[in-house]
Design a protein around this ligand. Structure first.
Ligand SMILES: Nc1nc2c(c(=O)[nH]1)N[C@H]1C(S)=C(S)[C@@H](COP(=O)(O)O)O[C@H]1N2
Ligand SMILES: [Mo]
Length: 322
C-alpha cells in the first residue's frame, strides 16, 4: 500500500492546516538545506484489528484504571499516520516502508547502573503479564490520538535488573539498521536525525505506573509503523519521548542525550511534558486536533494525566524545564 504525505487528508477528506504539515523535520530539512487487573479478555476491537491488520493476536487483561473514555482513533489512522523518521519524514513513510523491518530475532539489552544487567529475548518480554490500556497520545505537532495499547509497566522490567542507588535516568535506544530502515541511509540533502534515535526519562518517571513497555495495540502485536516489536509509551509527554523499536535500555547517573534535543535544543527539551501554557517556539501548544475530527480541543496539562504525575515536578519551573 502506498501512502503519501496527504494520507490523512485522504482519510478525512479535507485539508490539513498548514501548521500540521510544517512539522519538526520538514522545517529542519528546509533549514539544513539553506545552511547546508481485570478478567483476561480479548478486547472487542480485536476483531476490527485482525480484519484490517492480520497480525498475531495478543491476549491482555483490560486494566480498568487506565482507560481513557474518548472514542478510539480508527485502526487505520493509528497505523498509517505516523512519525517514525527511520522510515522517512513523511507521515505515510512508516506504512509505505514498514515491511522492511524484521522483528525476529530481537533482543533488548538492559544494563548500566544495575546489579543484574540482562539481555531479554522478545519472546520472554511477551510473557510479562500484559495489560490493555487506552491512552491519549499527544504529538508535539498539535495532533492527538486515542489508542488501545498492550504492554506492561516499565517498572516491572527495571525491577528485574535491580537499579543501583546511583541510577537516576534511563536511556532508550532504537535499532540502527539502514537495510531495514531506509531513513537511516544518509542522502546529500534532506534532514535526518543522528542515529540511533535515543530518548530518556528520569528514573522516577520511568518507574511511574503510567509508563508502559508496549508490545501491541488494538488486540494485536505492534504494527511496524508503531514501533514493532517493542517501544515505550509515556502518555503525559509529547509523542517523541515514546521511542520505538527499542534494542537497549541503559540506567545512567547523568541525563541522557536525546535525539530531538540534539537536533534543536531550543525547541525540544529533555522533559517535554505536555503543557498548554508553554508554546513551542514556532507554534502554540494550547489546542490540538484529534485525528479524525475537525474541531480543535483544548490541550490538557500533562495531557490529562496531571492528577497522576504533577507531583513528579513539584517545585520545578516548567518553562525552564520544557
Ligand atoms: N525511533 C523513533 N521513535 C519515535 C519516533 C521516531 O521518529 N523514531 N517518532 C516519535 C514521535 S514524534 C511520535 S508523535 C510518536 C508516534 O507514535 P505512533 O506512530 O505510534 O503514533 O513516536 C515517537 N517515537
Ligand atoms: Mo511527535
Amino acid at each position: 500500500m502506498l501512502v503519501k504525505r496527504d494520507s490523512e487528508r485522504k482519510l478525512r477528506g479535507e485539508d490539513i492546516p498548514h501548521r500540521e504539515i510544517t512539522d519538526h523535520g520538514v522545517y529542519l530539512n528546509r533549514r539544513a538545506f539553506m545552511t547546508g487487573a481485570a478478567a483476561l479478555t480479548l478486547a472487542p476491537w480485536g476483531r476490527e484489528a485482525s480484519a484490517q491488520g492480520n497480525l498475531q493476536p495478543l491476549q491482555a487483561a483490560k486494566n480498568p484504571a487506565y482507560q481513557v473514555q474518548d472514542a478510539l482513533t480508527p485502526y487505520k489512522s493509528v497505523t498509517t499516520y505516523n512519525n517514525f523518521y527511520e522510515f522517512g519524514t513523511d507521515k505515510g513513510d512508516p506504512a509505505a516502508h514498514g515491511a522492511s523491518l524484521k522483528t525476529r530475532p530481537w533482543t533488548v539489552q538492559v544494563d548500566g547502573l544495575c546489579a543484574k544487567p540482562k539481555t531479554f529475548d522478545i519472546e520472554e518480554l511477551l510473557k510479562f503479564p500484559l495489560e490493555d490500556r487506552v491512552y491519549r497520545l499527544r504529538c508535539v505537532e498539535a495532533w492527538s490520538m486515542i489508542i488501545p495499547w498492550i504492554g506492561f509497566p516499565l517498572s516491572a522490567l527495571l525491577k528485574r535488573v535491580e537499579p543501583t542507588g546511583q541510577a537516576k535516568y534511563v536511556e532508550f535506544t532504537t535499532l540502527v539498521n539502514p537495510g531495514m530502515f531506509p531513513g537511516q541511509k544518509r542522502g546529500l540533502f534532506g534532514f535526518s536525525l543522528d542515529w540511533p534515535y535515543t530518548e530518556g526519562l528520569r528514573l522516577d518517571e520511568a518507574m511511574h505506573p503510567l509508563t508502559l513497555v508496549t508490545v501491541g495495540l488494538y488486540g494485536q502485536v505492534l504494527p511496524n509503523p508503531n514501533g514493532a516489536p517493542i517501544r515505550v509509551i509515556v502518555p503525559w509527554k509529547y509523542g517523541f519521548k515514546s521511542a520505538k523499536s527499542l534494542v537497549h535500555m541503559r540506567l545512567t547517573a547523568e541525563e541522557p542525550k536525546t535525539s530531538w534535543n540534539k537536533a534543536a535544543a531550543n525547541e525540544y527539551g529533555f522533559y517535554s511534558n505536555v503543557n498548554p501554557q508553554v508554546s513551542h517556539p514556532r507554534w502554540s501548544q494550547a489546542t490540538e486536533r484529534r485525528i479524525g475530527e475537525l474541531r480543535r480541543r483544548d490541550t490538557l496539562m500533562f495531557n490529562g494525566y496531571a492528577d497522576q504525575v504533577a507531583s513528579l515536578y513539584t517545585g520545578m519551573d516548567l518553562k525552564k524545564f520544557y
